[in-house]
Every structure is written in C-alpha cells, then in structure tokens.
Design a protein around this ligand. Structure first.
Ligand SMILES: Nc1ncnc2c1ncn2[C@@H]1O[C@H](COP(=O)(O)OP(=O)(O)OP(=O)(O)O)[C@@H](O)[C@H]1O
Length: 669
C-alpha cells in the first residue's frame, strides 16, 4: 500500500520533471516545481530513495548552536509561545540555523517520539540536498516563508509531513536561521498551513527584531514607522547608529520605508542624510520625550513617527522584554532569585506548602525526589531551591532536559566520553553532566523521555555510585543527589514497559506534585510576585479588569506563560498600570470567568459563565474544587470533621470528594 503510494508519488515527480504532464506542474506552485527540479537536476535525488537522517555529532552540534547563541536564547520564549498557540494542531516548533541544522525543537508531551521518528529532531540536517523539498531546506534556498504540504515533499517518505517555515535574518541581511512549524500525518488541507505560516512568519520577525536590538544594545536604535501605532510593533523600521550618528545597520522594514534597496545602501549614511534632522537634534528630542513616539520627516518628505532607544542600557522593562528575552533556564533576575528560595516558592497555596514541608524534611537525606507537574509549573525552580538549602548548595546544580537532547546525544551528554572515543569526539574528551554535578545535584527534567538503554546505565550509576564514560575502562566514583521531573505518568510508562520499573523505584523516593497555576489558591499572589520580578523594581499596578482576565485564564503554560505575558505587558503599559489592552488578545477574548475560581465550588454550576479560551469548563470547575478542598484541608490541618463542618457537608461527602480528586492525606506533613 505504502509502496504503491510511493511509486505514484515518484511518477508524479518525474512527470513534472519531463514536462510531460502540464497538469502536475499546474497544480503545484512555482516554489515546489523549482525545488523538485533542483532535487532531480542539481542533487541527483530519487523520490523513492531512503537514507538515514544526517544527524550531527555532539561536538559539531554544539558548534552550530554556539554560532547563533543569541538567536537561540531569544527564540526560546517565542517558540514556547508559538507552540502554545498552535499546539492543538499537534505541531512541533523547530529552529534551525541557516544550513538547515535543527538546533531546538518544542513539541507537546507525548509527541516528541513521533517527530524524532520522522527525523525532525535536534542535530538533524534538513537541507534540500539531503532531504529533498521540505519546509526548512526550501526556505533556506528561497530566503522567504514557504509552506510545503504532504505530497509537495520530494521524497516519498516525507509526504506525511506538513511544514510552514519562515527565515530569520541577521541585521547585516545574512540569513541566521529558519523557524518552522511542522506536523506529522496532518489530515488538514494546505489551506490550514497558511495559518501556521502566518504565525511562524510573525514569530520569525519578532525574533529578528529582538536579535537586532540585542546586537546593537550598546548603540542608538531609531525605531520608526509611517503610522505611530506601529512603532514598537513587528513591522517597525530599525536603524542602529553609532555615537557620531552614522548608520551601522538597518532592518528590512527600515530599508523598505526609506526606499533603500539593499543593506549596503543604508550603512555608512548619517542620520541627516536619511531624515530632515541632524543627530544632535534627534538626541535632544529623545531626551525631551523619553519613551514617547514623535513625528519625524524623511529626506524625501515622508512622514514617520519614531522613538530612540538610548545607548546606555537602562534597566527598563522594555529592555527586559525585547533585549533580554533570555532562555528560561538559569536566567532568573536578582529580584526573582531572592524570591526563589523554598520559602518564597511555598506561597500561600496549601499544596505548595505541603510540598515545601516534605522537601525540607528530606533535603539532606539520601532520598531521591521526583517532581510531577505540568510544563512551566516551576519544577526546575523547585529543584534549584531544594539544592540551595541543602548541604550541597556550594556545589554545582546541573540540569539536563532528557526530552530536549537528541536520543543519539543523551549518552555522551550525561555520561561524557574519553578522548577519541568516537569519530567527531572532542580531542580532549568531555565530562558528562553526571560528573559535572559531582558533589551537587543532578536535575533530570522530562525523565520519562530517557531512552531505555540509558535508563539501565543511569540505574547503575545510582546503585553503584560510579560512572563509566564512553570509551573509558575504569569507572569514576561520583556523588550526586538526583532530583527528577516529569509531566508524564510514569506509572503508565512502567506499565507499558517504556520505563524501567527498578529505575522508577530508585527515583521516586519522595514524589511531589506541583499544582498547575490555575489550581493554585494563591494565584493572585503569584501574579503579583511575577509582576514585581518582571518590572525590576518599578512600582507597577494591575488594573482590576486586567487582574480579572489574568485570574480567569486557565494558563496552559503555567508560570512560564504568565512570565511571558507579564513581561510583554510591563513593556507595553503606560503610567505604571497594566491594563487589559496590554494583555494578549487570547486573554482579552476570555470572559471574566469568575465562576470557575470561586472560593468554593462544590457542584458544577449549570449556568457557569462562558468558557475561557482553550479551557474545558468542567476541568476548570473540577480544578477549582480540588484546589479549594486542599486549601480548606490544609487550614484545618487535615482534620476531616472540622473541614466537613466548615464546608457545610457531611464527612461522607467530604471523603467522596477526596476520593474523586485522588486526594490522600499527607504522610509526611
Ligand atoms: N514560584 C514562582 N514564582 C515566580 N516565578 C516562578 C516560580 N516558579 C517558577 N517560576 C518561573 O517560571 C518559569 C518556569 O519554571 P520552571 O522552568 O522551573 O518550570 P518547569 O516545570 O521545570 O517547566 P518544564 O516542565 O517545561 O521544564 C521560570 O521562568 C521560573 O523562573
């Protein structure tokens, strides 16, 4: 069946190439026919050929990442956002460099294996020459957004893929990389890809603008547009100047608006050659009207509106939002760090209080900790806080995300290798993460994604307290505390044979579940805490209608998503007040769903308010009920009679509710 489809696909490709079937050519767009011709003529590919995916060795992969480190860091937040926006379509969000090497990949829980199997994973090379027509490789050649849908792929075995890819350019006009949204076995029409393409293009532009601002953070940057409301938005023009007012770089929009053909045309010009002001006047205006958009005329009489970003980097929220947009991991601000100790994480949520109490009890004991929780609930932050209060605090905390490292690289990443262990290995060998964590804490995130053969090796390290790097003959003793985390159900993985039972028992010394943000009894406190961390000491307030939207939203991305939303809101807000219009449309569309977060909801209200976006109303009600129950139980120190009395229900009803939510009284409380 599959062979027949592959043969039909090949016949179609060849018909197009021979020009014998005008029909085939007509139904494809020119981007695809050009690419197919390249595949046949330039690369000598055969549509039915099957080759192993080309995956870079660890050291090469690191080299590729290092070359575009800024873009990678900036893109992480945007990739998470984009993924949340189109996650329902089962897409992966992929970032490659300009050679088509996948450097980062964000997928939904449970989807990663599917994408790995399709070869869409970190370290894989998706240039046209190797993989034929595909979103990434074809975008690299075309240097513009492209959507390649199913049978438009050249190689038959890629015809289940659907890709929407947009290029990211450096300030000097060179291509930096490609942002791609891909799905596997999508049954949707090509039309549906246009939505993904539009989103990927916008995100790529945003990343591009952030890269520009970061690269020229020590210079003046004029941000302008012919409509005032577009200054600070995706389509704004950006010009970087040195201290003498000479243009250092211009983005595509600036070139277009100023009518300059190429990047070269803008460089080495001065402010006064482009606008009807000299540089000093421009600086004067900027200092008189800081953070304000003022009118400006181009040399050819065009009307613009502009804002100047200063050279010295003030610790403004905008800088934080646009310039720093850092990779989440290890990027806490000083203010945040101060609040990220265990006491700070506890907040006023009963489940978190329980978690912190339990964690404190095992902190310096030889007990492994397993953290459950949805993505972004703060598992890594919790693990860091546990490390920080432990006797190991002065030793390293090393985090490894097992889902983010290609399967082929996890082994060397974790266990390290001896010099010359394999082709492509670094000459001096590599100390793996386990050895780097010696004396300290090893945080294994997404442990459920650890490949089976490595589970065995990890188990041996934990049991024998020694490690054998690849290519080494003598084991090295190692002393680590292991904290692992997952959002997957490890019981199910064990039952299905995907996860080793003995390793599971080794890791789950103490199991804690971090509550989803929407379940937290102290949601408002968390919002205020994240706001103050994001506003870096500025006194900001949240208007009541904005607070209502923030508390009603179901936060699928939890605290990480909240941080991103508030970071942008802080950058956009005026007069020190975050208002509803500073929040993303997705939140604003949501009604003030007060009915889903009452102090106490015991039966689903039939006439509940309209649903927040993406929320299953029944789930929200159940979550609210669970969180309220936990709050009351904690308040009454788990005394059932007192809790039932205060809630006005019988003890039997209370027990029924506990059973329904799987709540069991703490054994370590
Ligand atoms: N209690 C808190 N207060 C403020 N910010 C927090 C808190 N907990 C976590 N964060 C922030 O939320 C973001 C997500 O946290 P973290 O990376 O620890 O989540 P995670 O559960 O490990 O996510 P993932 O499962 O995706 O790896 C980080 O930016 C972190 O700094």
């Amino acid at each position: 069946m599959a062979e027949r489809a592959a043969a039909q696909h090949a016949a179609r490709v060849l018909a197009m190439a021979r020009g014998s079937s005008a029909g085939v050519r007509d139904e494809l767009d020119a981007t695809v026919t050009r690419s197919w011709s390249r595949c046949l003529g330039d690369y000598g590919l055969d549509p039915v050929m099957r080759r192993d995916p080309l995956v870079l060795e660890r050291a090469q992969f690191e080299d590729h990442r290092e070359r575009v480190r800024d873009m990678l860091e900036i893109a992480q937040v945007e990739m998470d956002n984009l993924h949340q926006q189109i996650a329902s379509s089962g897409s992966a969000i992929i970032l490659t460099d300009a050679e088509g090497v996948i450097l980062n990949c964000v997928t939904s829980p449970g989807m990663s294996r599917l994408f790995r199997r399709a070869g869409l994973w970190q370290g894989a090379h998706w240039d046209e020459e190797h993989e034929g027509t595909n979103g990434i490789g074809t975008c690299v050649i075309e240097r513009r957004p492209v959507a390649i849908h199913r049978a438009e792929h050249f190689l038959s075995h890629h015809t289940g893929l659907s890709c929407a890819a947009a290029p990211i350019f450096a300030p000097n006009g060179q291509m930096l990389g490609v942002l791609d949204a891909s799905s596997v076995n999508s049954r949707d029409s090509k039309q549906s890809q246009f939505h993904a393409l539009a989103m990927a293009t916008m995100s790529a532009k945003l990343i591009e603008n952030c890269v520009f601002l970061r690269q020229f953070r020590g210079e003046w940057v004029l941000r302008f547009h012919n409509r005032p409301e577009f200054v600070g938005q995706l389509s704004e023009g950006m010009l970087a100047f040195d201290g003498a007012g000479r243009v250092l770089a211009a983005n595509q929009s600036a070139l277009g608006q100023l009518g300059l053909a190429a990047q070269d045309a803008a460089t080495a010009r001065t402010v006064s050659e482009l606008f009807d002001v000299d540089f000093d006047t421009l600086l004067g205006r900027a200092s008189q009207h800081p953070n304000t958009v003022w009118p400006l005329r181009g040399r050819r009489g065009q009307q613009f509106f502009a804002m100047l970003r200063g050279r010295e980097l003030p610790a403004t929220a905008l800088r934080h939002a646009l310039l720093q947009a850092p990779a989440e991991r290890g990027s806490t601000t000083p203010l945040e760090r101060a609040r990220m100790d265990l006491a700070g994480l506890r907040g006023r949520d009963p489940l978190m209080a329980h978690n912190v109490r339990c964690a404190e009890k095992v902190v310096d004991r030889n007990i492994t900790l397993l953290l459950h929780g949805e993505t972004g609930t703060g598992k890594e932050a919790f693990a860091k806080a546990v490390h920080a209060v432990s006797k190991r605090a002065t030793k390293p905390f090393v985090a490894v995300n097992c889902a983010a490292i290609p399967e082929s690289l996890i082994e060397s990443e974790l266990f390290g290798y001896k010099a010359g262990a394999f082709t492509g290995a670094r000459r001096e060998g590599m100390r793996g993460k386990i050895l780097q964590a010696h004396g300290g804490t090893l945080f294994l995130d997404e442990i459920g994604d650890m490949p089976p053969q490595l589970q065995t090796r990890l188990l041996r390290v934990l049991e024998e307290r020694e490690i054998l790097p690849l290519g080494a003959e003598t084991p090295i003793p190692v002393d680590i505390k292991v904290i692992s985390a997952t959002h997957r159900n490890l019981d199910e993985l064990v039952a299905s044979g995907t996860f080793r039972e003995d390793l599971y028992y080794r890791l789950n010394g103490l199991v804690l579940t971090l509550p989803a943000l929407r379940e937290r009894a102290d949601l408002e406190d968390v919002i205020q805490r994240v706001l103050s961390a994001e506003s870096e000491g500025q006194a900001l307030h949240i208007a009541p209608e904005a607070l209502a939207l923030l508390t009603a939203y179901p936060w699928p991305g939890n605290i990480r998503q909240l941080r991103n939303v508030l970071r942008t809101a802080v950058a956009l807000c005026e007069d020190g007040v975050v208002r509803a219009e500073d929040l993303p449309a997705e939140l604003r569309r949501g009604p003030a769903a007060a009915a889903v977060r009452p102090a106490m909801v015991f039966e689903p209200a039939p006439e509940a308010s309209p649903t927040p976006p993406h929320a299953d109303p029944r789930r929200c009600l159940l979550d609210a009920e669970k969180s309220a129950l936990l709050a009351e139980l904690e308040r009454h120190r788990w005394n059932m009679s007192n809790t039932a009395r205060d809630l006005g229900v019988s003890r039997n009803t209370l027990y029924r509710k506990l059973h329904k939510h799987g709540i069991t009284p703490p054994t370590l409380g």
